[in-house]
Each structure stands twice: as structure tokens, then as C-alpha cells.
Design a protein around this ligand. Structure first.
Ligand SMILES: [Zn+2]
Length: 680
């Protein structure tokens, strides 16, 4: 739960998954290019995404329980079966109480025990609700908020330990806005029919939760309206996603006296006493305006509204894990209205995600033992170093950067540390109480366990060995405060990584992923951190200016992409990811050409040249079908561009792509030489 708050830049959205299983313990090899996956009737210069993926899209229609389904997602989906087999295997061992096998097995079974979940209804939350309803003054209110934080409910703000942005060796406390039921502040503030429709569905959802708890229809709707009003006040004080991408303005380090001054409406002495932790000497407030406003709300909103808000918040957060009346209401809003899904995923997949979230590294340890071949790690290490060399060559050749900034950039590049596959030491889950009896209680216990695990790091040195993704996750990330790139085991398989594939394909896919993560250290956000991971200006001012002007070309290009009717892609919000995609492509292409130095050009395979295969392998990763609701949601919330734009956006900026597919000036994707974005 905490990971989404770290400043890490991921390749895509979070997906839990596992590796392809094969009896011989090897990665499954799929045919690299099947022409049936392409649409050769499309002119690649008009829509390369469709040319490369049209067949795949036709052959892989959206399942009813998916809002988006792509080659990336398919890998994740296929592998859930394998994680399931691990879980079933350990569940059958019936380990002694407290053993990892007992924890994994019982967590999963508790989630599959529909009878117990149905008959419990709201009961697992009753003590918490009673506690909230007993609040009768503002000091009690703060106490209960602290108690809820210990269960990671975080009704006012997230509270977590993270490396100090300006002293990356030390963990400090952080406060980050939270509490809204809709996934972005814009849902509360936007005008227009679509926004109204979503708000009204949200009110119905909140009302349904209250009806499930025994309220009369009319009363429940009145309560829901008051919740919308209350949360709108929070939303108006919240940062936008764009503002949250700015590390400078979100770095506001204070001590106890400072937070008291900034947010005097909260009794911070009571808060920290109730949390039962030492008062942190340093607290970074990501959004001071937001914190000041909720502190004011503590004082001027009445207790009745507060009690109702807290009950709503807790029940809403837990509704996916309660009886079907709560779970269905949750799906109706988040699954159907916001994402356009037609039905829920099978129960075992939902429970598997939760189990993998609670016991991620315990499952990961079993997973790599079974599915991750050491050869894959060696291949990756070589690829990473080849990419690093190519990136260094490109930095040396930049025509827009001064020598002194170049030296520092090269220094930062050579300092990037690399993690591949799985952590060197595994997290210890002993002390986490898990039973077969109650799914909701297991989740609450796990949340309490994670809260203590995280919060006890405050004031201590950063543990550089720690991972922020599990090995069974199909994804990768760059962590600016550690200046590190991380590739979990599960991403090292097709369509990203082909153990037996040719270089063109591997550089086009996993090579670009590596380059993407490296470039995050040099995107509009990551470039503000130095080689030690500290927020610290290391650029000459004129180089920084030239960089901004260069990225503006990319902002304008993505702003011009139409998502639907009058809604366009958001070039500012997705800038970091788009810089990383373009940089990743350029760097990996150069690394690929380096492997061919002094060699004869490889023969065509399946009718495609090596360069063409490089670009096709890249495009294949982003093949996907997506629902309209999901597109609209992502344009608002996701820092990553839509699949089609991740292909058709960066590629036409590359001279080698234009040449490989003979893109002509009158083709729709063509960008004239002067207007091509060239950054890294
Ligand atoms: Zn990324």
C-alpha cells in the first residue's frame, strides 16, 4: 500500500504477476513475430501502432472483467495461474502456526471462504465503527484518526517513512494528502455532464454502503450528499497530480513546532502519543495547503459530520473484502462506472492480489526459487551495462549540453545501481497473525503489521537493499532517491525478454525498458536529483533552460493527441514517462547498433530487417484493447500515456525509425526534421 507514495517511476501501472511455468524450469518461448498479430493493410507511416498490433487487438478481444487488456496485461494474467499454483502448493503443506506456509495458505483460504464472509457482513468492522461513534470531542477525534492510521486507513493524510529528498541516507516522516473516495481531486471540481454523472454515481455508492449498514434510503442519500460536500472541501485544497510531480514544491521539511504552526487545528501531541511512536524530528509535508485546510476542518466541521465521514472512509476502503452487498457496491462504482468493466474478475484472482500484497516477499521467495533461471539474470546484467555504455556515448555527443554538466551527467549515469530479479535479503513476516477465520481481520492485521514495519524506519539510515516491488510483479522502476533501477524477475519473459531471441528483439523490448528506467534519472523530475539521490541542482542554468525547451516539443506533441471528442492527452502530466520512452528507445537502439559494429548486417527474419524488428518488438509491448471509460480515467490519473500514444508518440521522432519503415512526408505520423524531439 505504501509503495505508491514513493517517488519511484514505474514502467506501467502496478500489476501483480508471476513467471511462465514450464516443467524444465525455463522461460517459455513464444514465437516473436506472428504476422497474424500485425495488420499489414495499414500504412506504418499513418498508424504504426495499428500496423504492428492490429491483428493482436482483433485476436485478443477485451474480456468482460477487464477495463484494459494488452500484451503487458496478458503476461500478468497468464502468470496469476502460476502464483496460484505456488499458493496452493504451500497451503497443502499445512505448516505450523506462524510459518510462512501457514500464513500464505490461510490468508488465501480466508478470502475464498464466501460463507464465512457473507455471514460476517459488516461485523469485522463493528468495533472500529463503534469506536468512531464514541467520539465526543475534538481531542477524541484526533485520537481515533491516529488509531485508524495504525490500520493504514489514513482518513486525513498518509503518514509514512521515506528517504529525505535532500539527505537520501536518512529516513524521515512524511505526510501526503489522502481521504478522497474518488481517485482524483478533479472528479470533485470538474464541470460538465460526464463529471456530474460520476459524482452522482459516487453519491449512490456511498448511500448504498449506509443502506447496507441499516440506514433508511432517504437518510443514506442525505448522508452521502454531506460526504460529497465534505470531501469536496478536501479536494479543493488538494494538489493536482501535476503539482505533485514537482519535487521542489512538495519538499517542506518541518519539526514538531513547524507542523503545529502549519496545521494548528490538529493537536499533534495527542496524535503522536496515540500513535505510540517517538515524535519525529523531521517531517516532510508534501502539500502544506492541504494539511492546513484539513486541520481547519478538524476545528470547524461538526463532530456528527466527522463521525459519518470516518465511518464512510473505513467502510469504503474495506468494502472489497466484506460481504457481497458491500463488494458489489464497490465494483459498481470503481469497476463499472469509472473503468467500464462489465463483470468482476474471478474471486480467486482478487484474493490472490490481496494475498500477494500482504505477503509479497514470502510468495516472491518461493516464486524465484521455482521460476527464475540464473541465466536470465546474467543476460540482463550484460544488457544493462551495454545500455549504460550507449547512454554515455550519447551524453558525450549531445550538442546542447555544456561540458561541465555533461561530466556530472556521466557521473550520475555511472553511479546508477542495478537490482535484477529479487532482493538479496527477504522480509521477515514472523509476528504477522493470519488465520483461516476472517479475511477482513487478516487484512487489518496485515495493515497494522506493515504500518509498524514502515513507521519504525523513521530516524534510521536508509536500507539500500530494500525493494519496492515484489519479484512476481511484471514491472520495473527507477528510484530517484537511491539513483537505482530495479527489474523484478517477472518482467524478464516474453514479450519483454526472450531468452532465445535475437538481439534486435531483446533490445527493442527489454532493452528499451532498461533505457526507459535509466532515462528516468534524467527526465524533468529525476534530473533534479544528483548522483547520491539528493534533490540538488547540478545543472548549469543554461543547460536546464535548453532541456526545458527541448521537452516542450514533447509536451506539445502529446497535447495534440485526441483521446475522445474534445479530450486530449495531457502532455505535462505524462512528460516524465514520455521522455523516458523516447530516451529508452534512442539509448537501446544505439546499444543494439553497438553490438553490430564490425559485423555484417543480420539477414532479414520473417521478412523484416533487424531495425524493423527492433521497432516492432517495442510496439508489441503496448498492444492493447481498452474501454472508453478507462481511457478517460487514465488520461486524468495516469502519468503514463495510452498504449497507442506510447508507440505513435516517440517513434516518429527517431530518424532511424523513419528510415526503417520509409515514412513519407505526407504520412500522418511524419514529423519534419526540425520538429522532432531530440533530448537524450
Ligand atoms: Zn516510467
Amino acid at each position: 500500500m505504501m509503495n505508491k507514495l514513493l517517488q519511484i517511476s514505474m514502467l506501467g501501472v502496478f500489476i501483480i504477476s508471476a513467471c511462465q511455468q514450464r516443467g524444465d524450469n525455463k522461460m517459455a518461448e513464444l514465437p516473436v513475430f506472428n504476422q497474424n498479430d500485425m495488420d499489414l493493410t495499414v500504412n506504418p507511416g499513418n498508424n504504426f501502432y495499428l500496423y504492428a498490433n492490429g491483428g493482436w487487438m482483433k485476436n485478443n478481444p477485451l474480456p468482460d472483467d477487464k477495463s484494459r487488456f494488452g500484451a503487458f496485461d496478458k503476461l500478468a494474467e497468464d502468470n496469476k495461474e502460476k502464483v496460484k499454483s505456488i499458493i496452493e502448493e504451500v497451503a497443502s503443506i499445512s505448516g505450523k502456526k506462524g510459518a510462512v506456509s501457514q500464513q500464505i495458505g490461510d490468508f488465501f483460504s480466508s478470502g475464498m471462504d464466501i460463507d464465512a464472509i457473507e455471514s460476517a457482513g459488516i461485523k469485522p468492522l463493528q468495533a472500529t465503527i463503534d469506536n468512531i461513534n464514541s467520539i465526543d470531542n475534538k481531542d477524541d477525534l484526533i485520537k481515533v484518526i491516529a488509531q485508524l492510521d495504525k490500520e493504514q486507513a489514513f482518513p486525513l493524510f498518509y503518514l509514512f517513512a521515506e528517504a529525505d529528498m535532500k539527505n537520501s541516507n536518512m529516513m524521515i516522516a512524511n505526510i501526503y494528502q489522502n481521504g478522497l473516495g474518488m481517485p482524483d481531486r478533479d472528479y470533485y471540481t470538474e464541470m460538465g455532464e460526464h463529471a456530474e454523472k460520476i459524482r452522482s454515481a459516487y453519491v449512490d455508492y456511498i448511500a448504498k454502503l449506509w443502506i447496507n449498514m441499516g440506514s433508511k434510503n432517504e437518510v443514506a442519500h442525505k448522508t452521502a450528499q454531506s460526504i460529497l460536500k465534505f470531501e469536496t472541501r478536501m479536494a479543493l485544497a488538494s494538489n493536482t497530480r501535476l503539482q505533485n510531480r514537482d519535487p521542489q514544491s512538495t519538499y517542506n521539511k518541518v519539526d514538531l513546532a513547524g507542523i503545529k504552526e502549519m496545521a494548528s487545528g490538529v493537536n499533534w501531541d495527542i496524535f503522536f502519543t496515540e500513535l505510540n511512536i517517538p515524535v519525529p524530528s523531521d517531517i516532510n509535508i508534501y502539500q502544506p495547503k492541504y494539511l492546513a485546510e484539513v486541520a481547519k476542518m478538524v476545528q470547524d466541521e461538526d463532530l456528527d459530520t466527522w463521525r459519518k465521514y470516518l465511518v464512510t472512509h473505513v467502510v469504503r476502503e474495506m468494502s472489497p473484502y466484506l460481504s457481497s452487498d458491500f463488494e458489489d457496491a464497490n465494483f459498481e462504482f470503481y469497476g463499472k462506472t469509472l473503468s467500464g468493466k462489465l463483470e468482476q474478475e474471478p474471486r480467486w484472482k482478487r484474493v490472490l492480489n490481496t494475498t500477494s500484497g500482504a505477503l509479497g516477499e514470502a510468495i516472491g521467495q518461493l516464486y524465484v526459487a521455482k521460476y527464475f533461471p540464473p541465466e536470465a539474470k546474467m543476460r540482463m546484467e550484460l544488457l544493462v551495462e551495454n545500455l549504460r555504455i550507449a547512454f554515455g556515448q550519447r551524453i558525450n555527443e549531445l550538442d546542447w549540453m555544456s561540458d561541465s554538466t555533461k561530466q556530472k551527467a556521466l557521473d550520475k549515469l555511472s553511479s546508477i545501481s542495478v537490482k535484477i530479479g529479487y532482493p538479496n535479503k527477504w522480509r521477515d513476516y514472523s509476528g504477522l497473525r493470519i488465520s483461516k477465520d476472517s479475511y477482513a481481520e487478516n487484512i487489518i492485521n496485515s495493515n497494522r503489521f506493515d504500518f509498524i514495519y514502515n513507521i519504525s524506519k523513521i530516524g534510521k539510515p536508509v536500507d539500500k537493499e530494500e525493494w519496492h516491488m515484489t519479484p512476481q510483479t511484471v514491472n520495473a522502476y527507477y528510484n530517484p532517491s537511491a539513483n537505482e533501477i530495479v527489474f523484478p524477475a517477472a518482467i524478464l519473459q516474453p514479450p519483454f525478454f526472450y531468452m532465445a531471441g535475437d538481439d534486435a528483439v531483446n533490445y527493442g523490448a527489454i532493452g528499451v525498458v532498461i533505457g526507459h528506467e535509466m532515462t528516468h534519472g534524467f527526465d524533468d523530475q529525476g534530473r533534479q536529483f544528483d548522483k547520491f539521490g539528493n534533490l540538488n541542482e547540478w545543472w548549469q542554468p543554461e543547460d536546464a533552460e535548453k532541456f526545458s525547451a527541448k521537452t516542450k516539443v514533447l509536451v506539445d506533441l502529446f497535447n495534440s493527441f485526441v483521446v475522445k471528442d474534445t479530450i486530449n492527452a495531457n502532455g505535462e502530466l505524462t512528460l516524465g514517462e514520455n521522455i523516458a520512452d523516447l530516451g529508452g528507445l534512442n539509448i537501446s537502439y544505439q546499444a543494439f547498433r553497438n553490438t553490430l559494429k564490425n559485423k555484417v548486417e543480420p539477414a532479414k527474419i520473417d521478412g523484416f530487417s533487424a531495425d524493423q524488428r527492433f521497432f516492432l518488438a517495442f510496439a508489441r509491448i503496448w498492444a492493447q484493447n481498452i474501454r472508453e471509460e478507462e481511457m478517460l480515467r487514465r488520461v486524468k490519473e495516469d502519468v503514463h500515456s495510452l498504449g497507442e500514444h506510447r508507440v505513435n508518440g516517440p517513434l516518429p521522432n527517431m530518424d532511424q525509425f523513419v528510415k526503417a519503415f520509409n515514412i513519407k512526408p505526407n504520412d500522418s505520423l511524419f514529423i519534419s526534421n526540425d520538429n522532432r524531439a531530440k533530448i537524450w
